[in-house]
Design a protein around this ligand. Structure first.
Ligand SMILES: NC(=O)c1ccc[n+]([C@@H]2O[C@H](COP(=O)([O-])OP(=O)(O)OC[C@H]3O[C@@H](n4cnc5c(N)ncnc54)[C@H](OP(=O)(O)O)[C@@H]3O)[C@@H](O)[C@H]2O)c1
Length: 267
C-alpha cells in the first residue's frame, strides 16, 4: 500500500515544493489550499506526471465549520505517514492597528490547525505501531521578536516549542518531528502582503532562498539526524547564532529601527 502525505497550504511556495518532493518519492498526496484553480491544476499535473493519487481539499482554516468537515475527512484517510503543517501567512497590520478577530485568526491557522492535525495523525500512527514524520513550518521570526509582527512571531514560536516537546514524546515510536525555520523565501507570501517582487532579494545579511532549496534542506536534515530545529541556508544559520548572543536591549533598539525602515522601504 502506498504511503500518504498531507501537506497543508500546497497551492504555492514551500508547500508546493514539499508536494513535488513527496510525489517524487511515490507518496499519494492530500493537498490543502484555498485558490481552487491553481491547486486543482497543480494536483492534476502531479498525478499525471508521478502516477499517484492526489486529493485536493479546499479549506480556509479560519472557517471553523469548513475546518471541522476537513478534520472529519482526514479521520477517514488515516493512516497518514507524513504531515506537513505549512499553511500560513503574514499580516498587513500590526497588533494594535488591526481588529482582534483578524489577529486571532492567525492562532487558528498557525497553531490550532497544526496541533489538531498533529494530534490526530501522530496518535493514530502510534496506535498502529507505524513510523512517520511531522514537519511544522515555523520561521526564523519565531526566534526574534518583531515590533510589527506580534502574532506571527508568537504563533511560530509556539510551534517551535511544541515541535521540540512532541519530538521527545514521539522519538521512542520512530515518529520524527521537525520545526522548519526558514528566513526569507521567494513565494507568494510577500506578494499577498503587497510587497514588490524587486524588493525581495538578497542584500547584505538579508538572504533570500528558493522554496525548493528550503525543502531540500528540510528533507536532508530529516534523513540524517533527529535534530528538531532545521534552519535552512548557511547565512540564516549564522544569523541565528549571532542573534542568540546579541544583548537583548541592543537587539530591541536595532530591530525597532530596522523594522520600521524595512516595512516602509520594502513596499
Ligand atoms: N516566504 C517566506 O519568506 C517564509 C519565511 C518563513 C516562514 N514561512 C512560512 O512558510 C509557510 C508557507 O508560506 P509560503 O511562503 O510558501 O507562502 P505562500 O506561497 O503564500 O503559501 C501559503 C499557503 O498557505 C495557505 N494558506 C494561507 N492562509 C490560509 C488559510 N487561512 N487557510 C488555509 N490555508 C491558508 C495558502 O493557500 P492559498 O494561497 O490557496 O490561499 C498557501 O497554499 C507559511 O507557514 C509561512 O509562515 C514563509
Amino acid at each position: 500500500m502506498k504511503k500518504t502525505a498531507l501537506i497543508t497550504g500546497a497551492t504555492s511556495g514551500i508547500g508546493k515544493a514539499y508536494a513535488v518532493a513527496y510525489a517524487a518519492q511515490g507518496y499519494q498526496l492530500i493537498l490543502t489550499g484555498r485558490r481552487r484553480e491553481l491547486l486543482e491544476s497543480f494536483a492534476h499535473d502531479l498525478s499525471t506526471y508521478f502516477k499517484i493519487k492526489v486529493t485536493v481539499c479546499l479549506v480556509d482554516f479560519t472557517n471553523t465549520k469548513a475546518f471541522n468537515s476537513f478534520i472529519s475527512y482526514i479521520e477517514t484517510a488515516l493512516p497518514i505517514h507524513v504531515l506537513v503543517n505549512n499553511a500560513g501567512y503574514g499580516l498587513e497590520k500590526s497588533f494594535t492597528e488591526d481588529t482582534f478577530n483578524i489577529q486571532w485568526d492567525m492562532v487558528n491557522v498557525h497553531v490550532k490547525a497544526s496541533i489538531q492535525l498533529a494530534h490526530l495523525i501522530s496518535a493514530n500512527l502510534k496506535a498502529l505501531g507505524l513510523t512517520g514524520t511531522i514537519i511544522n513550518v515555523c520561521s526564523l521570526a519565531s526566534m526574534i521578536p518583531l515590533p510589527t509582527s506580534a502574532m506571527y512571531c508568537s504563533t511560530k514560536s509556539f510551534l517551535v516549542k511544541f515541535s521540540e516537546s512532541l519530538a521527545l514524546e514521539l522519538k521512542p515510536y520512530g515518529i520524527k518531528v521537525q520545526a522548519l525555520c526558514p528566513g526569507f523565501v521567494h513565494t507568494d507570501f510577500h506578494d499577498k502582503l503587497g510587497i514588490a517582487k524587486e524588493k525581495c532579494h538578497t542584500k547584505g545579511i538579508v538572504t533570500w532562498m528558493g522554496p525548493e532549496e528550503v525543502v531540500k534542506d528540510s528533507l536532508k536534515a530529516l534523513k540524517h539526524n533527529w535534530q528538531v530545529i532545521c534552519i535552512p541556508g548557511i547565512w540564516n544559520k549564522a544569523a541565528y547564532q549571532v542573534l542568540k548572543i546579541v544583548p537583548r536591549n541592543l537587539y530591541y533598539k536595532a530591530i525597532t529601527e530596522y523594522d520600521s525602515c524595512f516595512s516602509t522601504k520594502i513596499k
